[in-house]
Design a protein around this ligand. Structure first.
Ligand code: IVH
Length: 689
């Protein structure tokens, strides 16, 4: 038994790490909760094996070193949860036994990452992640980029100090867009919107955070002096201050009302534009909350009822292996058609070899399929009771199903790759399709099908061949005429003026997506500079880490890539960042030094803006500097020098005002709102409750 307990502890510790530190959990919440429950029960039965370091004794931590860590004034507790209506009923009954008839508030359980946002005198002061519940990471700069989070509260009863607790979520639309971009760049996809939200809130570059389209719901007010004595009224007050509070909350006084809220929510959630994984039932009155108190981990006045993800059971008929343009292999399951959340599912993702091994999925098995925020359903488990006796473990392929090359596995990556990038058809066709796509060279009239035909007919073996095509050759393809051929020729011709950043993206270097290509182009300004840069120099550009840098180096050491690049250069594609077209002369003769990190623009963007408006960007503060554009975490030496030399220090918004006509992403209107202090406050003791 001791062994079993220890095995569970180490498995849960490993899972906690994946969940909290890497924000990339291996298994579903349900499976995790079941393992935790099993351990809790065993520990209760065997107190002799007690261990203060057991995962049941602490909440996970998502602290990441690079953010400054902050102690929560009021700890951020978790919620106890249940999957059973009986247990929920027992929770309600227990409270009514102790407290008499009680009013509850039922809410959605948002599936994102918890956040605490502190407002002082109505102004956003700080935003902190949950961390280990006692201390979290200061992610204020990132939270400020969320459009629905007001920077200044409005109204006349705003407390001097209030903490709003809530959930940062990534709506489905943002999630799909982000994953599509990552897929295009050959980057690993986020498994679900929760991971994407948790990963995004920890990004170093807040401009990238802003682009990803997060949202935030607030569901709990904490403070020494709150305006009202009930949760409901406080949230209504918060709503009136401009905070985003869900309108799907309900006050309930009977079990029937609670049960019906849950049934309705379970059905409703499929239609919501964001993920929810349950309902939260909370006592409304703060004084009742105070009497009920809390355990070390969770309040005794609230509980989460978690929905099981909708599942279907179907037979696994076969597994296809798709080869992407980067050579990555993706196993896809073919299933007996089955109905799931209103659609018929025939195919489901199996992710990679590790996932297949972890689930021990075998051909002919009855498997569970689930749909999350993702478009493609996934296989989450096997019904072992229905397994045929003669079934054998699934053997992952060792060779490319398309070209027969032996597959390789790059250390630290989950996927297998076909290394034959120059001779494997789907990789070549994939690269051509990527090259001509809208966000890359944008060759209209040349679709995926034609690209494939051009390849199979032997006319085009790589992207450079596109520029040697003659109209007659294109016209000879099925469903093509001379007119459409001429149009394609025209498109190819005009693609020669496509800006360098898009050309760089079009090359299809692994991990170099649209955004990274822009950063690289504005940092290095020419393809030659990128080709000559060392890995270390590459990693100095915004948003380029070691992994991307090494992939770029690998791309430019490949002989056939170099040959293609030479031909594209001869054809006349843009291999240099063109002289930025002047937007204005507002900054003519003005020299600006940039320091720190900014909310609405990356440093590269600010640099480009300075130049586009006729100004000069200098690296160091000197007598020749007119302004120091100061962001968060500005270098102290620069600040000191600027002060000494009397250099004017300006903020990002000051800068935005200097360059007329540049729209600011910030909701500037928020700043203008008047802040007045609350007139009436009800002091609630025991802040937490
Ligand atoms: S109240 C002390 N309300 O669920 C109680 N939490 O599994 C504070 N969550 O850490 C939490 N929706 O991140 C509350 N309507 C809601 C929620 C909610 C999602 C999250 C929250 C919490 C986790 C616990």
């Amino acid at each position: 038994m001791k062994q079993k307990i220890e095995a569970l502890r180490s498995r849960l510790n490993a899972l906690n790490y994946k969940y909290y530190v890497e924000a990339n959990p291996d298994i579903s919440d349900y499976e995790y909760d079941m393992l935790l429950k099993e351990l809790q029960e065993l520990e209760a039965q065997h107190p002799e094996y007690d261990d203060p370091n057991s995962p049941t004794k602490r909440v996970g931590s998502d602290l990441v070193n690079t953010f400054s860590s902050v102690v929560h004034k009021f700890p951020m507790l978790s919620l106890s949860n249940t999957y059973s209506l009986e247990e929920l009923r027992a929770f309600v009954d227990r409270i009514e036994r102790e407290e008499g008839p009680t009013e509850f508030v039922c809410e959605l359980k948002f599936d994102g990452t918890a956040i605490s946002i502190i407002y002082v005198n109505g102004r956003l002061e700080r935003a902190v992640t949950r961390g280990d519940g006692t201390r979290g990471d200061d992610v204020t700069t990132n939270i400020r980029t969320i459009r629905t989070v007001p920077l200044v509260l409005r109204g006349d009863n705003v407390p001097e100090y209030v903490e709003m607790r809530g959930e940062v979520i990534m709506p489905h639309a943002s999630f799909r867009r982000l994953n599509a971009e990552r897929e295009e760049a050959g980057e690993p996809l986020f498994a679900n919107p929760r991971n994407a939200a948790a990963g995004t809130i920890k990004l170093q570059n807040s401009a990238e955070v802003a682009r990803r389209g997060l949202d935030c719901f607030l569901y709990y007010m904490v403070g020494d002096k709150l305006p009202f004595a009930t949760h409901w009224e406080n949230l209504e007050a918060a709503r009136s201050w401009g905070l985003k509070i869900s309108d799907r909350m309900q006050r309930c006084t009977t079990w029937e009302e609670i049960e019906s809220y849950i049934t309705r929510t379970d059905a409703l959630r499929l239609e919501l534009p964001y993920d929810t994984d349950g309902a939260v039932i909370k006592v409304n009155d703060y004084s009742v909350r105070h009497r009920l108190g809390a355990t070390a981990k969770a309040p005794r006045w609230a509980v989460a009822y978690k929905f099981k993800a909708e599942q279907a059971l179907s037979r696994l008929l076969s597994v296809d292996f798709q080869v992407g343009r980067t050579g990555a292999i993706t196993p896809v399951a073919n299933l007996e058609p089955v109905r799931l959340s209103g659609t018929i599912v025939k195919r489901a993702s199996l992710h990679n070899a590790d996932q297949i091994a972890l689930l021990d999925v075998r051909l002919g098995d009855m498997v569970y399929v689930e749909k999350g925020g993702e478009i493609i359903p996934k296989i989450t488990g096997v019904e072992l009771s229905e397994r045929e006796d003669e079934s054998t473990p699934f053997e992952y392929i060792t060779h490319c199903p398309e070209c027969g090359s032996e597959l390789v596995r790059i250390e630290g990556e989950a996927k297998h790759y076909c290394p034959n990038s120059d001779g494997c058809a789907p990789q070549i066709v994939g690269r051509i399709i990527h090259f001509i796509s809208r966000k890359a060279m944008n060759i209209e009239g040349l679709g995926e099908e034609t690209a494939e035909l051009l390849y199979t007919s032997g006319l085009v073996r790589n992207v450079a061949d596109l520029y040697s095509l003659r109209p007659q050759q294109i016209a000879s393809l099925p469903r093509m005429g001379l007119r459409s051929a001429e149009k394609i020729m025209q498109q190819l011709e005009s693609s020669k003026s496509v800006p360098f950043a898009r050309v760089l993206f079009a090359l299809g270097i692994r991990f170099v997506g649209e955004t990274t290509a822009k950063y690289l182009a504005s940092h290095f300004r020419s393809l030659d500079a990128i080709m000559n840069a060392t890995e270390q120099e590459l990693a100095e550009a915004d948003e380029v880490g070691e992994k991307i840098a090494s992939s770029i180096r690998a791309y430019f050491t490949n002989e056939s890539n170099l040959a293609i690049i030479n031909r594209l250069r001869e054809v006349g594609l843009q291999f240099e960042e063109g002289e930025q077209s002047r937007l204005s002369s507002q900054l003519e003769g003005v020299s600006i030094v940039i320091s720190g990190s900014f909310v609405r623009h990356s440093r590269e963007e600010l640099k480009a803006l300075i130049e586009q408006h006729g100004g000069k960007n200098l690296a160091a503060v000197s007598g020749a500097t007119d302004y120091l554009l100061a962001g968060d975490k500005i270098g102290p030496a620069k600040l000191q020098k600027a002060n000494k030399l009397g250099v004017k220090i300006i903020s990002e918004s000051d800068f935005e005002q200097m360059i007329v006509g540049v729209p600011s992403v910030a909701d500037i209107g928020e700043e203008d709102r008047k802040t007045t202090h609350q007139s009436e406050k009800i002091a609630v003791q025991g802040e937490l409750f």
